[in-house]
Design a protein around this ligand. Structure first.
Ligand SMILES: *[C@@H]1O[C@H](CO)[C@@H](O)[C@H](O)[C@H]1NC(C)=O
Ligand SMILES: *[C@@H]1O[C@H](CO)[C@@H](O)[C@H](O)[C@H]1NC(C)=O
Ligand SMILES: *[C@@H]1O[C@H](CO)[C@@H](O)[C@H](O)[C@H]1NC(C)=O
Ligand SMILES: *[C@@H]1O[C@H](CO)[C@@H](O)[C@H](O)[C@H]1NC(C)=O
Ligand SMILES: [Zn+2]
Length: 375
């Protein structure tokens, strides 16, 4: 069973969940104004990335270190995001019958006027656990660097989201799918397998628990016809970053249903390169391989699986060829290509801003400002 909803509801949600096709591309001046993550994402001492470059195996102190890092960052720098944990526990092949704790971190920014279940949420995802073996494994591309990128993205979008919500609220607006847009960041736990052989029971612990919980908990009923029945239905796009941070990545478009979103991301990269806003100079653009197929992707097991099998739209940003350091002790801070890491941060930040239609609150330095859609 691929879709969990009856066909009529699926079609209705399809029609209602895709208003964002209509968003306006960010202007060149807006793209130029997106700051670089700069030193915050330095692997030696950067405030966002360095604290994550320790082993982060579930049930060990490194897991708690990463958790405190996330909470501390949002509480001190982004206090208007709501924070939540989704916890579960499970036996693993190496825990000798004991249950290990898995904790998914959820940071959410919704319009202040929405009721529970009303907002549609751009969902940015990476896993924060690291692999049990080899001992001492750090997992910088897998996926400390993607987590740090998303922390940076949260900071970039925050100021614009604040202004958009403030302006719309002042106008007493809100209440349509286009206006009730928010963003959430998921740092998922327990992606990695513990045993020698990856299998469906020994992997994706956090993602499976969250997809299960979100698909079975019902949002409060409401008269609003566009309300989403479950938290899972509120995900407008599940954008999963994984294995990013090595030089020269090549990311194909894996799913026909989100090919349009892949093209939007690819287009942002191309525009930023042509405006000379990126630092890396790869042999080819990161996102220039539009010919990936579902067949080629069938082997890639990752945190999107429990969600896509329940009908969620997924954009999977993972290289077709895994970097050479993958699952080795060399996957550490020193092997990251820092210009590639910083460029990913900027590309994903621009994509999120565009998705959230932030041209609505962008003041062009010269020229006329477009009329707001809600005025
Ligand atoms: C971080 O490390 C780099 C490289 O060693 C150094 O140049 C920089 O000054 C350090 N920054 C801070 C804030 O310590
Ligand atoms: C948080 O939201 C409130 C209400 O909209 C606003 O007044 C305040 O400036 C926001 N805080 C930050 C840090 O953006
Ligand atoms: C869930 O896990 C987090 C991180 O370990 C912890 O801080 C929190 O208290 C847990 N929540 C519950 C309800 O157990
Ligand atoms: C896909 O492959 C075709 C044929 O090789 C090529 O002409 C086209 O440019 C490719 N498209 C993308 C987006 O890479
Ligand atoms: Zn891995």
């Amino acid at each position: 069973m691929f879709f969990s909803l009856p066909p009529s509801i699926s079609l209705l949600s399809f029609l209602l969940l895709h208003p964002t096709h209509a968003y306006k591309p960010l202007s060149n001046t807006f793209l130029r104004a997106i700051p670089s993550p700069g030193a915050d994402i330095d692997w030696r001492n950067g405030s966002l990335l360095a604290p994550l470059l320790v082993p982060r195996v579930p049930g060990t102190p490194g897991q708690a270190t990463a958790q405190h890092h996330f909470v501390n960052y949002f509480q001190t720098e982004l206090p208007n995001w709501s924070l939540e944990w989704q916890n579960s526990s499970s036996r693993t092949p190496v825990s000798g019958g004991a249950e290990l704790p898995f904790a998914n971190f959820i940071a959410k920014r919704e319009p202040p006027w929405v009721k529970p279940g009303q907002a549609n949420l751009l969902t940015l995802v990476a896993h924060y656990d690291s692999k049990y073996q080899p001992e001492g494994f750090i997992g910088a591309i897998d996926s400390a660097a993607p987590c740090a990128m998303l922390m940076y993205v949260a900071r970039v979008v925050d100021a614009y989201v604040q202004r958009m919500y403030d302006e719309m609220q002042a106008l007493d607006e809100g209440g349509t799918v286009e206006m009730d847009m928010g963003v959430q960041i998921l740092f998922l736990d327990g992606e990695e397998a513990f045993g020698e052989e990856w299998n469906d029971e020994d992997s994706l612990y956090g993602a499976r628990a969250l997809a299960q919980q979100w698909s079975t908990s019902k949002n409060p009923a409401s008269a609003k016809f566009y309300n989403y029945r479950t938290p899972l239905n509120q995900i407008s796009l599940f954008l999963l970053l994984d294995l990013l941070g090595a030089a020269n990545p090549s990311i194909p478009s894996y799913f026909p249903t989100t090919h349009w979103a892949y093209l939007a991301l690819s287009n942002i990269e191309a525009r930023m390169r042509s405006l000379d806003l990126l630092e890396s100079s790869p042999a080819q653009s990161f996102l220039s391989d539009g010919n990936g197929t579902v067949g080629a992707h069938a082997q890639i097991s990752d945190d999107h699986l429990p969600f896509i099998s329940k009908g969620v739209d997924v954009l999977h940003v993972i290289p077709r060829d895994f970097p050479s350091v993958w699952h080795t002790l060399d996957d550490d801070g020193a092997h990251l290509d820092m210009s590639t890491v910083r460029d990913w941060g900027k590309i994903v930040a621009a994509f999120a801003l565009e998705w959230l239609d932030m041209m609505e609150v962008w003041d062009e330095p010269e020229g006329t400002r477009q009329q707001k859609r809600w005025s």
